[in-house]
Design a protein around this ligand. Sequence first.
Ligand code: PGA
Length: 251
Amino acid sequence: MSAKLIIANWKMNPETKEQAEHIASEIRAKTKGAKSKVVMCPPFVYIHEVAEKISGAKNIMLGAQDVFQNAGSAHTGEVSPEMLKSAGVKYIIVGHSEKRAAGDTDEVVREKLFTALKKFKAILCVGEKERNTEGEYFSEIQYQLKSALTKLPKMFVKNLVIAYEPVWAIGKSEKEAMKPHELAEMVIFIKRVVSDILKIKNPKKIMILYGGSVTAGNAKNIIEGGNVSGLLVGRESLKAEEFSELVKELD
Ligand code: PGA
């Protein structure tokens, strides 16, 4: 298997700095030599501790779960791209369904994406809320992609990663993750839509990840059957042992 990109989205976890340091160190030790790249995305408060624990590791990079889109400094509670750059962040997650549910509109997602792409690799999350037999989810995904990507300057395209995360599959059991053959169908659709919007001649170059109840038990099948370039992992990325298994299994 070629090297994959695995995003560890810790969300609002863990509860203490010590736990964050422990998880980061354990994953570092247990995935040493693995072919895949891991992007560790802790909450902002632990970013420096995690940066220190993974410093010098060849296969692990630092990521952020969000970024603020407006310039200036009078933005209480927000974190700027400059701050993230100075902390050593390389990737930023944008448009996660939990951020969308908490108020990030399509316009905000677009602004955050453009902000992130100026200095970082950005992971744009898209995903339908539910699946029905009429296939309306295709137009939902197309709409999300269009509103985020239209008029994206060509020079940013190389920094773009799309994470397809069907909302109905997030936070469920291993068995409820999306079936690989259904994922493969959606991956073809996303590549077509993105290459149309961005006028990309070779859709194969578009990097697509899958997220939603990925575990060490289903990761390999999802990657192989779904034809994705990597995974976005939530809960399982906080369990150092299981997560490291997952990463190594993809070698
Ligand atoms: P999960 O979360 O792996 O816990 O389902 C994925 C995500 O929301 O990014």
